[in-house]
Ligand binder design. Structure first.
Ligand SMILES: [Zn+2]
Length: 152
């Protein structure tokens, strides 16, 4: 008999924990490959931290979880108010956040490409499709604000 069952028998329902602790999945953030000292300075594995607003961010590089990133930019692409997206000038970095998130202490604010699962298939196709729509809205907004790009 497990200890929890014994406690439950002795003390009734109150002694039972409210919920099973969430299982933590460990991984190795690929940003570690960009810094030869990373594994020495920050040994061990990385995991998804839960931010106050529920977003998951990488414990090593701070990137949003791919699923949370896609949820945010999908809402942005659909024109839902308060969502933001900025492709930045760096190919591997995107800013994105939900309404009410002003900084990284409140929720995820950026996504790094090394957290995208680029395995060919429906998941990666969906990622590209949503990202394409977010880029289209971003370009339209920029054009509205600043006029057409030179050469267009
Ligand atoms: Zn990371």
């Amino acid at each position: 008999m497990k200890i929890r069952q014994i406690i439950a028998r002795l003390f009734g329902r109150k002694a039972q924990p409210a919920a099973e602790p969430e299982e933590v999945a460990y991984f190795r953030c690929r940003d570690r490959d960009n810094n030869p000292l990373a594994d020495r300075s920050f040994p061990g594995f990385d995991h998804w931290r839960k931010q106050p607003n529920g977003d998951r961010t990488c414990s090593f590089c701070g990137s949003l979880h791919e699923d949370d990133f896609l949820e945010i930019i999908d809402a942005y692409a659909r024109g839902e108010p308060g969502y933001s997206f900025d492709p930045t000038t760096k190919g591997y970095k995107r800013y994105a956040h939900r309404p009410g998130v002003q900084n990284a202490s409140q929720g995820g604010i950026k996504f790094y490409g090394w957290h995208a699962d680029q395995t060919p298939g429906p998941r990666w196709d969906r990622h590209k499709e949503i990202h394409g729509r977010a880029m289209a809205r971003y370009r339209a907004e920029m054009q509205e604000a600043f006029g057409p790009k030179k050469g267009e």
